[in-house]
Design a protein around this ligand. Structure first.
Ligand SMILES: Cc1ncc(COP(=O)(O)O)c(C=O)c1O
Length: 388
């Protein structure tokens, strides 16, 4: 059939370009290790940055609470119908208290948040300025919105300023959208400068803290907390699926924006709400992680040691966070380095275009607070041996 032949052709093209993906066989997770195709590997590929996802004590105590309270595993309905369980209220009020912001709203995932917030707030006549390396969910939300959009050079605030100045008076509203900690480069947005620009040009600033929450800030509220910008950003998005070891996402904002999103955000309205058990777990984690400042300090120290050692050996390992990319360039070199690491018992995933720009393929090492230097200190030598 012509259609199947077309799809086969597309898959062959991906295979030829070393871009064919397949679903790995992931088995049990045990502390720092994960079983892939039956083999235990040091897991440097998960986003469980605080190691809470593997905390058996936490899981067991939650299971006991669940048994006592009978938290349901489904909400069976959207939030605007019967899915708005009281745990939503508890979780959102806790987020508002922690961030000292008027309103919080919880979503099914970070993808739901990004694909829904921008189309709800922006449309024809508006302009979205988006970092060139923003996550696919932001790109998708931008294109669904129908607003004009421009991608600015990665983390280049002078480029943003140029675009803001050139766009004055031409649009109803201008939005600036950025990640705080960039998921594939591990570098940080200049949030203070972005706040200054948004104030000067009357723009709306939206910051996705998917990889910042849990890791940055004295209470794990993200880079906005560590930079003192929580109250100045219009919408701060956090996800529960990474350092917070759960599933779902949230945004904190002014109350009027929350009311508006509840009424207009399609990926919020037209989907089944999260199960009460997930909400209760997220609330427990959010509270627990506020007390994990020493783990955050350890994680960032470990990351900077690894980055330093890689740089000493002459490798490009940019960024300033717990995400340490080792840029190899070609797809083949990234796949080959992933193989070398794997032979040494380390799971570091090759990341290739279109997830990253052409010729910027890499191994993305994501570190966790429950690692020690002995777990990772030999990695620069492995990278060096691969290059030799
Ligand atoms: C920056 C960023 N935003 C949003 C998401 C999506 O979040 P979720 O996995 O909760 O859908 C991700 C990754 O998954 C991400 O890296």
């Amino acid at each position: 059939m012509a259609f199947h032949a077309f799809i086969h052709g597309r898959l062959d093209g991906l295979r030829r370009d070393n871009r064919l993906r397949s679903l790995p066989d992931i088995g049990e997770r045990s502390g720092k290790y994960i079983y892939v195709d039956g083999e235990p590997l040091l897991n440097l590929s998960s986003n469980d940055y605080l190691g809470l996802g593997e905390d058996r004590f936490l899981r067991d105590s939650f299971r006991d609470t669940c048994r006592a309270d009978g938290y349901a595993m489904t909400s069976s309905s959207s939030r605007l119908l019967t899915g708005n369980h009281r745990w939503y209220d508890e979780l959102e009020r806790e987020l508002e208290r922690l961030y000292s912001r008027e309103a919080a709203l919880v979503f099914n995932s970070g993808y739901h948040a990004n694909v829904g917030i921008l189309p709800a707030l922006a449309g024809r006549g508006d302009l979205i300025l988006s970092d060139r390396l923003n996550h696919a969910s932001i790109i998708d939300g931008t294109s669904i919105s129908g607003a004009a959009h421009l991608r600015y050079r990665h983390n280049d605030t002078s480029h943003i300023e140029e675009l803001l100045a050139a766009s004055q008076g031409r649009y109803r509203h201008i939005f600036i959208v950025t990640e705080s900690v960039f998921s594939m480069d591990g570098d940080l947005a200049d949030l203070r400068k972005l706040v200054e620009l948004k104030n000067r040009y009357g723009a709306v600033l939206i910051v996705d803290e998917a990889h910042g929450v849990g890791v940055f800030g004295d209470h794990g509220l993200g880079l906005c907390e560590s930079t003192g910008t929580v109250s100045s950003i219009d919408i701060i998005i956090g996800t529960f699926g990474k350092a917070f070891a759960s599933t779902g996402a949230y945004a904190v904002m002014d109350a009027v924006l929350r009311d508006y999103l509840v009424n207009t955000m399609r990926s919020f309205i037209f989907t089944t709400a999260l199960p009460p058990a997930v909400l209760a777990w997220s609330l427990m984690i959010i509270r627990k992680q506020t007390q994990m400042q020493s783990e955050r300090v350890h994680l960032l120290r470990l990351s900077s040691m690894l980055r330093g050692r890689l740089a000493d050996e002459g490798f490009e390992a940019p960024g300033q966070s717990h995400i340490v990319p080792v840029i190899t360039g070609s797809n083949e070199s990234a796949v080959s380095l992933a193989g070398t690491l794997r032979s040494a018992g380390v799971l570091g995933m090759a990341v290739r275009p279109p997830t990253v720009p052409e010729n910027r393929a890499r191994i993305r090492l994501s570190l966790r607070a429950n690692l020690q230097w002995d777990d990772i200190g030999y990695i620069p030598d492995l990278v060096k041996a691969e290059k030799a």
